[in-house]
Structures are given as C-alpha cells and as structure tokens.
Design a protein around this ligand. Structure first.
Ligand code: SF4
Length: 228
C-alpha cells in the first residue's frame, strides 16, 4: 500500500532526517519539510477544534515586534535568500537588514519591545519568506484581528488583549520545545538570536554556517543592543 505524505508524522520525519543529516543542506531541507507537514497538521487540528485563527500570508500587524530565532531557523532563511532570490531582491533584503541592524544598535532591549520595528524580511508589505518563517512567528497566532490592530496602534501597551485557545497555545509550546530539544540532543546550538541580526550575519559571514555544522555557537558574542 502506498503511504501518502499526509500519513507521515512530522516529528518522525524530522527525527530520522536530522539523525542522517551530513551537511547544512540536509538540515535545512528537513526543517522545510517539517514546516510543510506541520502546517497541514495544524490546519487539521484547528478545524477539529473549530478554532479559527485570523492569521494568513499578507497580514503583518505582528511583523513589527521583536523576533528571536534559533540558528537552524536563521540559516534556513539565509540559504533560501542566497539560492532563490534574484540579485535585485537579495540587494533589497540586504539593504533592509543593514538598516534594521543600524536602528537596533542605537536602542536598548527594553526600548525595542516598546516600539514598532518592521521586520526586515517584509517586502512590499508581505513576508518574503512566509513558508519558512520562524517558529515564534507561527506560534504568535491571533483569533481576533481587532486585537492585532490595537497592539499595532499601541506598541507600549502592556496588558493582555484578545482571546487565546489554551489547547492551541499548549500545542505550539509543545511543538517548539520538541523541535528545539531534537536539535539540542543532536548537539546543535539553539541559542536565540534577534532575527535580522542573525540573517544579516549569516549572509555576510561564512563562519556562521561552519560553526553551526561544527556544533559550536555561531552567534556567540554578537552585540545587538546598546545595553548588550
Ligand atoms: S519573518 Fe515573516 S512572519 Fe516573521 S516577523 Fe518577519 S515578516 Fe513577519
């Protein structure tokens, strides 16, 4: 009997492929495939709970918040930009990343939380790497677009807004913890780095890839904010 891709457990797939991975390409391909299978699993899950998130490609209210990502996520995005973006798009994204890094270098960590800073991976109002976006972007779901607009209009607001689905939140927490633990168990660094800094450094410095594959900390010592 033929096994359909919908029958494949994303966790089994990632576990097996990471175990067999010999280079960065094997690793990035396994994460890309994981996202594809996992997106489908989440679609089925939310339908079964009759939960409807309002998130979709092209909605970018929360793309002005600070995003952290692990090295495997940052390198997946950097490699995608190198391979699949035209020279013109690469140059646009490099310029956006440089502007972003220069702006963040002049503020504190706390200051970044309280302001809207457009993600440098936004291109003409759309996430330019949407299928490969980091786990933190995926898990930051919303059930209510009015809350997203409110938080965008009031970046210094500190209270809770909108509703969440406890089951869905717990499922994302579990997914992220599981994926990160698989990387850690295989010896890869999963320390967070600010997304724009990480992607720019990965595009400009080939030692990032070498260090990651060599199971070292590729972004160790990277200064981002004024108070780092
Ligand atoms: S990576 Fe994409 S989804 Fe995440 S904040 Fe940036 S533009 Fe938004």
């Amino acid at each position: 009997m033929q096994r359909h891709s919908k029958d494949i457990d994303p966790r089994d797939m990632l576990y097996d492929r990471l175990k067999a991975a010999e280079n960065l390409e094997d690793i990035t391909k396994s994460v890309e495939e994981y996202h594809r299978l996992n997106d489908r699993a989440y679609e089925t899950y939310t339908l079964s709970r009759r939960t409807r998130t309002v998130c979709h490609e092209g909605c970018t209210h929360c793309c002005n918040l600070r995003v952290y990502a692990a090295p495997f996520e940052v390198l997946l995005i950097a490699k995608h930009i190198e391979k699949h973006f035209s020279a013109e798009r690469r140059s646009e994204v490099l310029s956006a990343l440089e502007t972003h890094v220069a702006a963040l270098s002049k503020i504190t960590r706390e200051g970044h939380v309280r302001m809207n800073t457009p993600c440098p991976l936004l291109s003409r109002g759309i996430c330019s790497i949407y299928p490969l976006r980091p786990f933190r972007c995926r898990a930051y779901y919303s059930l209510d677009i009015a809350s997203c607009r409110f938080l965008f209009d009031n970046p210094t607001f500190e209270g809770a807004v909108g509703t969440t689905d406890r089951g869905l939140t717990a499922k994302w927490d579990d997914t992220i913890a599981w994926v990160f633990s698989i990387f850690e168990n295989r010896g890869y660094d999963t320390s967070d780095v600010e997304l724009g800094f990480g992607v720019l450094r990965s595009l400009m410095d080939s030692t990032v890839e070498k260090k990651f594959v060599g199971k070292q900390k590729p972004f160790e010592g990277l200064r981002i904010y004024l108070d780092d």
